[in-house]
Design a protein around this ligand. Structure first.
Ligand SMILES: [Ca+2]
Ligand SMILES: [Ca+2]
Ligand SMILES: [Ca+2]
Ligand SMILES: [Ca+2]
Length: 521
């Protein structure tokens, strides 16, 4: 029994010392683990603080309305701050120093940096921020905030198409492009072109932010400071802004001919309605404070040699093919049109072929659309008769917009009260023509990038070639002959943003600061 007891004791001792050894090594492991965990936590904390630094740098750029940060082109602007600000720190992180730097690299691009240290662990982040870069909506031949719809076999699109709501196709259109929709891509019957392949269709895509033109003051500052202008036959019709000086007529008619085209140079703002027709040349963007009217053709005098890059059948063109086309044509005519209210195509006063306005346009525009900002989705707040400005004031004008009416289409003053109206023109029909017949081939050409955060609408009775983009919140365009959309790739953000941008015509921006890229040093 004793022996037995002794052996039990020995065994116990051995067991206890074994436990002690094990315990010591467990202790070692857990101390190392804890050290690793602490280090990881410090890394995360330092990362978080640096990220806060990048955000503060972006905020400083946004606040810099006078552009004083643009002076820091060789030595960066430096600042050290703490999250606690002027108050007391709520935890140890809030009293850590965050060092930020801002270096202006030209073309409204800033390189920002931020460094923070927690318990000897340092993290440095950098980002390239562009101010006022053109909205991503310009990457598309057709972009609609609410509901994209191609309902005709006579529609052919070259260039990507997108909607923040549904995108519906009916009666067999041809879509040589990628298709993006915030909800469903609805295909009723067949569609043709490589967009018919599901690999080029992207339902449930993130919504793209629309530029908001409710406040044109930024664009007016650009127009004035860079002396944007519109000249016809040696006569300067717009010098910066039209309608800002006492007695200046804010409504303007622009009609260009082959010999005396509309010459545009940079950004110009016309505070009222503007009617644009005929031949146009130069590079720039025309902002209208109310409606833009496109009663006829808009034709580049010196446009790209071909209307688009060569599209192979069954797939998109290669990036290199597109880039060559863009580079070859970067100095050719290129005009953006941006309207605070609506863009009206053709002759809206014509009594025939008005079905489109009654059945579609007049059923759109109401802002009681719910939290998602898109009509017809039955989400929270949609159609409840309550206007929640926080998410339903889509155009930011502070009041609830209702459905469009005939007043939406009409000029704000009689045509006879517009500046630069040619003599002999009395009624809108004297200028407008739904089916262009003056061109040798009888086709209608609408060149340019057309943007409105309200409706783009009208009637196109002749075969029409849009050479650019149609971008709007609502779209109600009637067609009864071929409509071909040729995206102008020179407008793509690949070529209009960043340090190596090729093109700058002053298109509207969506976000004041766009991060082009960011990295950890
Ligand atoms: Ca003026
Ligand atoms: Ca909705
Ligand atoms: Ca509502
Ligand atoms: Ca509103």
């Amino acid at each position: 029994m004793r022996n037995q007891k002794g052996s039990v004791l020995i065994i116990s001792l051995v067991f206890i010392s074994a436990l002690a050894v094990l315990g010591a090594s467990f202790l070692k492991i857990s101390i190392t683990d804890a050290k690793n965990a602490q280090r990881q936590m410090d890394q995360q904390r330092a990362f978080f603080l640096s990220e806060a630094g990048i955000q503060r740098a972006s905020w400083l750029i946004k606040q810099d309305s006078g552009g004083s940060l643009k002076a820091y082109t060789s030595d960066p602007y430096l600042e050290t701050f703490q999250l606690q600000g002027n108050g007391a720190a709520l935890n140890s992180l809030e009293s850590e120093n965050i060092n930020i730097s801002i270096l202006y690299t030209g073309n409204d691009i800033y390189q920002v940096g931020a460094t923070a240290q927690v318990n000897g662990v340092t993290k440095t982040l950098s980002a390239l921020n562009e101010r006022y870069s053109p909205g991503k909506v310009f990457d598309y031949a057709y972009f609609i905030n609410n509901w994209g719809w191609f309902y005709a076999s006579i529609i052919t699109a070259y260039g990507d198409v997108r909607s923040n709501g549904r995108f519906d196709f009916k009666y067999g259109p041809t879509v040589n492009s990628e298709i993006y929709a915030g909800y469903e891509v609805g295909i009723n019957g067949s569609i043709y072109g490589y967009g018919s392949q599901t690999e080029y269709q992207y339902p449930d895509s993130d919504g793209l932010e629309m530029p908001n033109l409710n406040d044109l003051s930024y664009y007016e500052n650009v127009a004035t400071s860079k002396s944007g202008s519109i000249i016809i036959n040696g006569l300067t019709l717009v010098n910066g802004v039209l309608g800002d000086d006492g007695g200046e007529n804010e409504n303007l008619v622009l009609i260009g001919t082959v010999t005396d085209p509309i010459e545009i140079n940079g950004t110009v703002v016309i505070r009222g309605d503007v009617i644009v027709s005929g031949y146009i040349t130069g590079q720039g963007t025309i902002y209208a404070g109310r409606n833009l009217y496109v009663p006829n053709n808009v034709i580049y005098v010196d446009g790209p040699a071909t209307t688009k890059p060569t599209y192979p059948s069954g797939s998109p063109p290669d990036d290199s093919v597109i880039k060559t086309w863009v580079t070859d044509n970067k100095d050719k005519d290129l005009v953006g049109f941006a309207a605070t209210e609506n863009i009206v195509l053709g002759d809206y006063t014509k009594s025939s072929n008005q079905w489109i306005f009654n059945s579609y346009l007049y059923g759109m525009g109401d802002e009681d659309v719910g939290e998602d900002g898109i009509p017809g989705t039955s989400d929270t707040g949609e159609g409840d008769g309550v206007f929640t400005a926080q998410y339903e004031d889509l155009d930011g004008d502070g009041v609830k917009d209702n459905n469009y009416t005939s007043a939406t289409l009409q000029t704000q003053v009689a045509l006879s009260s517009f500046a630069n109206l040619p003599s002999g023109m009395i009624n809108y029909a004297d200028i407008a023509n739904n089916s262009e017949t003056t061109l040798p081939d009888g086709n209608k050409i609408i060149s340019g990038v057309y943007y409105t955060n309200h409706a783009m609408t009208g009637m196109l009775e002749g075969s029409t070639n849009v050479r650019g983009s149609i971008i709007s919140k609502d779209e109600a365009i009637g067609i009864n002959a071929m409509l071909t959309l040729d995206y102008d790739w020179r407008m793509h953000s690949k070529y209009t943003t960043g340090q190596n941008k090729l093109i700058d015509v002053g298109l509207p921006f969506s976000k004041e600061i766009e991060t082009l890229r960011w990295w950890e040093n």
